[in-house]
Write a new protein. Structure first.
Length: 135
C-alpha cells in the first residue's frame, strides 16, 4: 500500500484519541481501534489500534503524517469532535467525527483520494475506551 495512504490512515487513528465527556476534555490515556474499508481493495485491511495520552493543551496527536499543502480544521460541539482535511497534492479530502459518552467513544471518517486518475473512497470506523491516567 502507498506510504501516503498509510500515513493518512495513521493520522485518522490518532485523531480518534480525542476525549470528551460531558462537553469537557477527559485527560488521560485512551485506547482506540479503527477498521478501514477501501473501494477497490482486494483484501481486507487489518484493524489498527493504539493509545494516546490526552493532556491540557495537547488534545490531538501530532499531525506529522500530513504533507504540506494540506488544510486542517477541527470543531468541538458538546461531546462531539468533527474535522475536515483537504490536500492539493495529491488531491484528497477527509471528513470525520467522533462522539463521546462516559468512558467510550465512537465515530467515523470518510476519505476521498485520487491516485493515478482513480477515485478511492475509504471509510474508517473508530471505537475508543478511556484507560485511566497517563503514565
Amino acid at each position: 500500500m502507498d506510504k501516503y495512504i498509510v500515513s493518512v490512515f495513521l493520522f485518522f487513528i490518532g485523531m480518534s484519541s480525542i476525549s470528551v465527556t460531558n462537553a469537557e476534555i477527559r485527560h488521560g490515556l485512551w485506547r482506540f481501534e479503527t477498521s478501514i474499508e477501501m473501494t477497490g481493495m482486494p483484501m481486507k485491511i487489518p484493524p489498527q489500534s493504539g493509545t494516546f495520552c490526552v493532556k491540557k493543551g495537547n488534545y490531538m496527536p501530532d499531525r506529522k503524517g500530513m504533507k504540506k499543502g494540506c488544510k486542517y480544521k477541527q470543531e468541538k460541539d458538546g461531546n462531539s469532535i468533527s474535522w475536515h482535511i483537504s490536500c492539493t497534492n495529491p488531491k484528497m479530502e477527509a471528513k470525520g467525527n467522533v462522539k463521546y459518552s462516559g468512558r467510550r467513544m465512537q465515530g467515523s471518517s470518510v476519505t476521498t483520494m485520487y491516485r493515478r486518475g482513480k477515485k478511492i473512497l475509504t471509510t474508517t470506523k473508530i471505537n475508543g475506551q478511556y484507560l485511566g491516567s497517563c503514565k
